[in-house]
Design a protein around this ligand. Sequence first.
Ligand code: C2E
Ligand code: MG
Ligand code: MG
Ligand code: MG
Length: 280
Amino acid sequence: LYRAKEMGRNTKASFSMAMDRHESMHTENELRRSLKEEHFELHFQPRVELLTGRITGFEALLRWNHPEKAMIGPDRFIPIAEESGLILPLGEWVIREAERVTRKWRGLGLDMDNFTISVNVSGRQFFQPGFVHKLLSIVSENRSCIELEITETIAMKTGEQTLDILRQLDRAGFSLALDDFGTGYSSLRYLQEYPIDTLKIDRSFVEKLEQDERNRHIVETIIGLGRHLGLRTVAEGVQTPEQRERLASMGCDEIQGFLFSPAVPEAAALAMMQSGLQAD
Ligand code: C2E
Ligand code: MG
Ligand code: MG
Ligand code: MG
């Protein structure tokens, strides 16, 4: 629908749209098959505490290990999974996998207290009937390790239902993060009402940190807001030492980005933790 609008009155539009539809149906079928055959992987991107250099956790990011193509990133299939409803079984798989990895690492003797594995939750998944119940049945002992990342699109659906679900998750022991903060319809009201633990500052703000002074003020304000409300702030997409220094001086708690590491396969993430690798 969005694409159609974008293409406007172009006469080629309907043909392209038919092609798009055809392609997305093809992808949908492939996704369905890959789900059955478990051709997915979670990769893990570390989050680093600026004050100590400690790895505080990893964000679990979904990868499609397509049988014929190379590894496919989520931007290319999550929208289709959402549209088709496949995000429900896929999202459930992600949670099971995060739980499995957490349990495995704990079993290896790693100190999993004060450590988080963050999982992205899509809107459709969040609002499905019985979501909390399902989550609780999958994750039992490791709730305090698992952080659920939701976007502002979910959060802005104010009203009792969102608040009710978030409260249940909070009471059950999960941490909650607002992802891509600042890009959606940010409402300060939900920061006041919701039991949120973490603000993830969107990459687009971090990207322009050096060039754009107004943008810098915005980031500084978000960090200050987080501090005053007792929320952890995590800057996403940190790629340069200058950005890291800038964020440190602003009092940002953690960074995540290619500067330290991209998302890596499970074994590499484990090695990173075991070696106690620290950012300099
Ligand atoms: P996100 O949750 O905001 O995740 C951060 C994205 O930024 C990841 O892209 C990560 O690889 C990328 N990134 C991290 N540091 C840097 C950097 O320094 N530079 C650049 N250019 N990029 C960086 P990825 O893995 O492609 O994921 C894209 C989006 O797909 C995620 O954005 C998230 O919204 C969604 N996604 C990923 N996994 C899942 C999942 O399991 N379930 C759901 N529902 N969505 C997911
Ligand atoms: Mg995320
Ligand atoms: Mg809480
Ligand atoms: Mg994000």
